[in-house]
Design a protein around this ligand. Sequence first.
Ligand code: GRG
Length: 299
Amino acid sequence: MPQASQSNMTGLSSLREEIEGALETSLGRLSSETPQRLQDAMAYSLMAGGKRLRPALVLMACEACGGQRADALSAACAMEMVHTYSLIHDDLPAMDDDDLRRGVPTCHKKFDEATAILAGDALLTLAFEIIASDVQPTSVALDCCLDLARAAGPEGMVGGQMADLQAETAGVNSLEQLEAIHRRKTGRLIRASLTLGGRIAGASPAEITALSVYGNAVGLAFQIADDLLDVEGSVDKMGKAVQKDASHQKSTYPSWMGVEASRQRAEQLVDDACRAIAIFEERRLPLEELARFIIARDH
Ligand code: GRG
């Protein structure tokens, strides 16, 4: 198995440039009907950097299934827009109340709360507009919209965020409950990134299943890595506050099973993910490398 270090992610680095360009272009499509302040706030958060993992997963899944990357670029941008909306809203005083995100002041700090709420709303809706208008044929666009709505909505990310907020006061009673929250809050969007890429490539049902199994495992591994980085990471590298979980006595993988067992669980999940994509043969390699990067990263 190839080892992913912090620096050998050439695949991800070059995709990142392509994704940044496509994101710029997609914002450039907004007309003067969109108030300038709203455009500025959307662009501020969307273009503030970030690892671009979800759009990279869309593109890699598309290529793993034999599709053309260019056909999946709009869906990749849409996925990053939904992710960025979730970060903007999560940072608001009513939720996590964070001042720093992606190494810069959070959207509501740079602008104001109302503008940040609207910038998040605008990115979420623009994502669906982009898929509906750009993905061909229409039946595939519909499938992509459905996958994304189910992943981001009440049974997915928004539901997971609600459950997470409730758990802050009611507590978490088991590791299974913690996993169920994470599967919805972060896992579903990661899984949808893969199925969107697959659908655009015309993947078979077996290929969509393989991508979903990989997505579930990688999504959970990503969350465990995020919990570990909150314990061991630095503000400089992460571009956001760290050690927030412990100071809020939040249930996390390290708090349930300790740092070493958490790391082992993440490694086991990545192995499971890599096994699931064996059907893609040589074309599985970028996805395999990304899975290993997700738990080796320092930000
Ligand atoms: C507000 C509807 C709503 C949902 C919020 C995703 C989320 C749900 C909250 C973010 C809080 C958080 C720290 C979640 C843990 C995992 C996560 C999503 C981290 C941020 O994603 P990265 O590391 O960020 O991919 P970049 O900046 O690299 O894109």
